[in-house]
Design a protein around this ligand. Structure first.
Ligand SMILES: NC(=O)c1ccc[n+]([C@@H]2O[C@H](COP(=O)([O-])OP(=O)(O)OC[C@H]3O[C@@H](n4cnc5c(N)ncnc54)[C@H](OP(=O)(O)O)[C@@H]3O)[C@@H](O)[C@H]2O)c1
Length: 328
């Protein structure tokens, strides 16, 4: 089978398209013929060796796939031919998503609803689960509150806009270009601000009668976090999701105290280890929202597997909107 292999850490150009001997799957693993694989921003960090998860070399990147089961362990809930989505762990040469075949542990595999195409299936779980846990579990977003979503045209941002609207919030989104603010509005945001050309903190205060946003969803960090503290409402919650700006900001404890707000962290991947019992309910709620047409992954590009490095560079450079999906 063909797979993109990381033998040396670096940029997307270090990936090599190789013939990999898949062999038989390890005991207990579900073997899946991949049909679609999502590119995530952190794939680029992993390929560069800058992510908190550092697989041993060589490895195949990509953690989020959908496809068809080729074989499953006896007694598992799956059988050959099932349409599924799975989260894989990028460890070794048959556990990554930028490939034709992958092996997944049964606990990370889910059946795809008939009405969900493979590309939606591959691009669904991570962004929507992250936004769900950020908004509902960590920030307790309530109907009628004002939600500010940074980088609203990106993967997790596009999910947060849709979930914010589904939860009955007023949603203000920021993005780095006028094309991207238009994307945010199309996703349902009530207002969108180009944070490269406007001071979003002043804009948000103006839109909320000086009160600020009750919840701020921040995948960007750096200066964006710093300015967010200027427009967070009394008893507001800033959810720290990521640092695509490249700078990890410092939270000033005195400012948190005097303005009476909370800064909460979100590491969605940790829930599968520390509180896996919370995942099925979130998944069921998300699938219901998908079935009712209230949420859908924004897929901006479908790229053949053979062009994976180009697609990864696009995401890493902040040039993409929503999800970029590799098709196999
Ligand atoms: N905490 C968690 O559990 C969790 C889960 C999933 C993802 N994440 C993290 O969330 C962040 C966003 O992930 P994503 O999948 O939504 O990524 P994405 O689709 O690539 O979107 C990231 C957005 O960040 C903005 N950005 C600002 N400065 C940037 C820069 N210097 N380089 C690239 N982008 C920049 C860009 O939007 P503008 O052009 O509009 O500024 C870009 O579209 C990443 O840090 C990722 O690791 C965290």
């Amino acid at each position: 089978m063909k797979a993109w292999v990381v033998r040396h850490l670096g940029g997307p150009e270090t990936l090599r398209f190789e013939d990999v001997e898949a062999g038989a799957p390890a005991d207990g693993m579900v073997r899946i013929a991949i049909r679609a694989s999502a590119i995530n921003y952190f794939d680029a960090l992993m390929v560069a060796g800058q992510y908190q998860v550092k697989p041993e070399l060589p490895f195949v990147p990509g953690v989020e796939i959908s496809g068809v089961v080729e074989s499953a362990p006896a007694g598992s809930a799956f059988k050959k031919g099932d349409r599924v989505t799975a989260l894989v762990d990028s460890g070794g040469l048959t556990r990554g998503g930028y490939a034709e075949i992958t092996d997944a542990t049964p606990a990370t595999v889910q059946r795809l609803p008939d009405a969900m195409p493979f590309d939606d299936g591959a691009g669904f779980t991570l962004i929507f689960q992250t936004a769900w846990f950020g908004l509902h579990r960590r920030a307790n977003l309530r109907p009628g509150e004002t939600l500010l979503v940074h980088a609203g045209a990106g993967g997790v941002g596009s999910a947060a806009i849709q979930l914010g609207k589904a939860a009955g919030a007023t949603v203000i989104a920021t993005a780095g270009s006028d094309e991207k603010t238009a994307v945010c509005l199309k996703l349902g945001a009530d207002h969108a601000i180009n944070y490269k050309t406007q001071d979003f903190a002043e804009e948000v205060k103006g839109m909320t009668g000086g009160r600020g946003a009750d919840v701020i969803f921040d995948p960007v960090g750096g200066d964006v976090y710093d300015r967010s503290t200027k427009c967070i409402a009394f008893e507001g919650r800033i959810v720290i999701v990521g640092f695509t700006s490249g700078r990890i900001p410092q939270a000033a404890a005195n400012h948190v105290l005097v303005k009476n707000y909370s800064v909460v962290g979100l590491h969605w991947g940790l829930y599968s280890r520390r509180a896996p019992e919370l995942l099925p309910a979130a998944n069921a709620a998300l699938m219901d929202l998908y079935a009712s047409g209230k949420i859908k992954p924004l897929i901006s590009a479908r790229v053949p597997l053979v062009e994976a490095p180009k697609a990864l560079a696009m995401v890493a450079g902040g040039k993409s909107t929503g999800k970029v999906i590799l098709t196999v």
